[in-house]
Design a protein around this ligand. Sequence first.
Ligand SMILES: [Zn+2]
Ligand SMILES: [Zn+2]
Length: 563
Amino acid sequence: MQTNLSEVPALSDDHIYFIPLGGTGEIGMNLNVYQLNNSLIAVDLGMTFADESLPGIDLLVPDPEYLVKNKKKLLGLLITHAHEDHIGAIPYIWPELQCPIYATPFAGELISQKCNEFSNIENIPLNIVSNSKPIKLGPFEISYIPITHSIPEARSLQIKTHLGTLVHTGDWKLDKDPLIGPKTKEKTFRTIGKKGVIAVIGDSTNAPQEGWSGSELTVKKTFLELFQNKKGTIAVTHFSSNIARLVSIISSAHSVNREVVLVGRSLKKYFNAAKKTGVIKDLRVLSEEEGKNLHPDQIILVCTGCQGEPRAAMSKLAGEYHPCLSLESGDTVIFSSKIIPGNEKPIAVLKNKLNQKGIKIIDENFKGIHVSGHPHKDEIKELYSWLKPKAVIPVHGENRHLQSHSNIALDAGIQTSPIIKNGDILKIAPGKVEVVCSIQSGKLAVDGSRLLKVNHPSIKRRNKLKENGIVLVAMAITKTGRLLGEVSITGHGIFDSEDETLLINKARILAMRIINEDKKLSIFCAQNTKEKIRLALKKFFKDHYNKKPRIEVQLILTKHTHI
Ligand SMILES: [Zn+2]
Ligand SMILES: [Zn+2]
């Protein structure tokens, strides 16, 4: 049972609590909170994409109500890395929190760029963390520990307290050849483990997968093999934030005398942030304008849109509406990515378009063309053998991922590994690791410049309009019920074009008959007559189309009793 925030029992001062507010029981929208001695720190503030059940909504962010209520005690927001599911909600929610933000140079650059697009955000207190020197925030002492992932500068957080040390892994994998940035230092994690870890709060995304996730070096070798002796344009699409992947493509392209063109806004954004913060050196890439005059055998297009996003570069090329670049029969498109669950349909649409044009497709079924950024089973076991935690709290995953993660931890001999959900308040120490209560949590929809609860009446109404359409009825009438002029009826999303005029006339006659009858019987009353018309038209459309459009009746009452 969820407890209303105003009724949350007082939490003990000398206990460490972990409170996930987003990303536990779901993929995306990560927001985690640690609480000790009446002080709070938050880890990550991400967003997720809305599905078609929320018309007009693209993005969802976690409901920050608990943090907003406790904002005076919130000492900082610590960002583990720059993926959108970890930083994407900052511009929407930080204005309500106003706390200092901590992030590495690369993540900090992307956060700044993002916030600059919002006129209501000025001077965010962004603290750049470029080493593992501890950050002291009240009773917490946090160190940023480098770990490999699929984006530069991913960090695990070592959180020391007087009750023991926690490790918040962030998103991670163990890549022996990450190509960009340092390898994960086994020694560092073993040292943390030797001093004692009371709990690891860890990434569950790939826990159901056997073995290891694989290395970026494998993908680089695959690109080298694929690019050799290929004729025609090669287009590669991958997750834009994976800078190591991009660098592999660029160096492999140059080694077969092809030039790389970056196509799509988000690729350029991450590439420029990586250059600006020194993650990569100045690698040679061409603009779209420069690339358009090159021979197809001399070019590799790196494109956004590996998930079939209709406005991204790959869809524009497939649909032949890119302003200056194109693909021809015999060209090759490489999807160096996996299908994120939920995106099967748009990706199928994209691949069908490419197929119809005679373009060869290489995708995740081709061995070595993609590796995931999240740890498989054996990597999780490896990390826990270094850290030897007393408890493992699975986060960052749907329930089935959390369950697999918990099983791995328990099989590895870890004492406890509870499956929790967003809103649970989990006591980690002292004593038994247990959920003490659950608070309200949820999602907010980004609707233009507002944040709305996902069950907000406006969104519900949009869904109804989307499914059934609307009929608008308007008329001017005197106080005694005499109709002035015509009854106006318009419909949206309901009529067939052939019978529109006929049905509108019939509906109009029906409405007029009700008004005239009420007047004749001297029982006209604006409210009642309006409702009678609404019900009559509801039945009328049910009889004709077996549909229930929304019916809005407006009576405009004039001051005159007789005209
Ligand atoms: Zn993530
Ligand atoms: Zn990530």
